[in-house]
Design a protein around this ligand. Structure first.
Ligand SMILES: Cc1cc2nc3c(=O)[nH]c(=O)nc-3n(C[C@H](O)[C@H](O)[C@H](O)COP(=O)(O)OP(=O)(O)OC[C@H]3O[C@@H](n4cnc5c(N)ncnc54)[C@H](O)[C@@H]3O)c2cc1C
Length: 361
């Protein structure tokens, strides 16, 4: 774990993000959340997972996970927007070495932001984005239903169906304003400040140089399978945000019961994190892996909602004021229920929600 890197992030979270989280939530991308993103970029955090060879921080996995939790505990929309604009991982396998270096260097320094649009590949039925091979590159058509951070990003990585393969390419905004048609900002009950839009692509030409990878469609199912517990850190961060809030309320009201509740949730968060670290994709070959990993993922989702619900409960009516954290934390917790959702995650979360374990006998 890289302590200096986390200490600075913790300072930003405590001094800037958490005190202004309601403003970020209620504003737009050009307000507090844009300001937060800029601060993170200036501090080099967009290079967190990019190798030092390209000017990134090359942080280890434990550091990246703790970082995600602590930013999400302070301000959900900042954590989510950064996650969606942090697409360095896709470029690691780009065949054109010069292109890879050029792009990763600019992403690591925060000079350019790269969005992502590939969740639509998981949808059953006819593909919403297709590609065909043409002379010198690829021609893409279709609609990407969710692209976050549209007005901040310089380009995005796009997944498209090409025959029985998935094509991943980098799409710069510059030079493509005729082929790219963004919809209006989608009005949302949560993450409304994330500037998420739908993007239509009409005969969009992508040169061979911008190829990131070409994989059999089965590979996405495999990476989803290996990454089940990789998405627990934003919900666990959200739960930590509720715990932080419960502890400050306990001190303000001198109420030891709230400290007990916060302690109980802290134990659960620690246990869930330990289970997530125990059931990473490295165990994907074990017979019990899928069941255990799905249970951890769904537990993190339900835990975030329960902790935020406790924050609402402990506060009373003022919990629902838009100026107060509990309602925001509860909306964020519910949002994390569907991020990177697969059919298996959906089924496991529903199972846990109807579980008789919810009843105390
Ligand atoms: C505010 C917001 C911002 C987002 N930003 C981005 C972004 O920047 N980039 C990005 O790539 N994604 C983004 N997403 C998508 C997000 O990560 C999730 O993947 C998404 O919310 C899951 O829902 P969906 O609409 O994509 O898929 P859905 O169509 O709702 O499907 C969810 C799951 O159910 C399954 N399913 C759907 N229909 C059926 C059916 N008829 N039968 C059986 N199974 C079915 C799907 O296979 C999938 O596993 C965003 C979503 C939101 C809400």
């Amino acid at each position: 774990m890289e302590d200096a890197l986390l200490t600075r992030a913790q300072e930003l979270a405590d001094d800037v993000f958490r005190p202004r989280a309601q403003d970020a939530d209620q504003g737009d991308i050009h307000g507090q959340v844009g300001d937060n993103v800029k601060r993170l970029a200036e501090a080099g955090y967009f290079g967190l997972s990019i190798s030092t060879e390209y000017g990134g921080l090359g942080a280890d996995e434990t550091t990246r996970r703790e970082y995600a939790e602590l930013i999400a505990s302070a301000c959900g929309v900042t954590a989510f927007v950064q996650q969606q604009l942090h697409a360095g991982g896709f470029f690691g396998g780009a065949p054109d070495e010069q292109f890879r270096r050029e792009m990763l260097t600019q992403f690591a320094s925060g000079e350019k932001f790269c969005g992502v649009a590939f969740a639509h590949l998981r949808r059953p039925g006819p593909p919403t984005v297709t590609a065909e091979r043409v002379s010198g590159g690829y021609l893409v058509n279709g609609v990407a239903p969710w692209v976050t951070g549209w007005s901040l990003l310089d380009g995005f990585t796009l997944g498209a169906v090409m025959g029985d393969e998935h094509l991943f390419v980098y799409v710069p905004k510059e030079g493509n304003n005729v082929s790219l048609t963004p919809g209006p900002r989608i009005p949302l009950a949560v993450m409304n400040a994330s500037d998420t839009v739908e993007v239509k692509m009409t005969d969009l030409f992508i040169p061979e140089r911008a190829l990131l990878s070409l994989r059999p469609t089965e590979a996405l199912r495999h990476s989803d399978h290996c990454g089940i517990t990789g998405h627990v850190y934003l919900p666990l961060g959200c739960a930590r945000g509720s715990i932080y809030y419960l502890r400050s309320l306990a001190a303000k009201r001198s109420n030891p019961r709230l400290t007990e509740v916060a302690d109980a949730f802290t134990e659960e968060v620690d246990r869930c994190r330990a289970d997530a670290l125990a059931w990473t994709g490295a165990c994907a070959g074990l017979p019990e892996y899928k069941e255990r990993a799905l249970h951890v993922r769904a537990s993190a989702i339900v835990l975030a909602v329960r902790a935020a619900h406790a924050a609402v409960t402990a506060t009373g009516g003022s919990a629902h004021l838009l100026t107060q954290p509990p309602q925001r934390l509860l909306r964020e917790a519910i949002f994390y229920t569907t991020t990177a959702q697969t059919q298996d995650v959906q089924a496991e979360t529903l199972d846990l929600l109807v579980s008789p374990d919810c009843w105390r006998t």
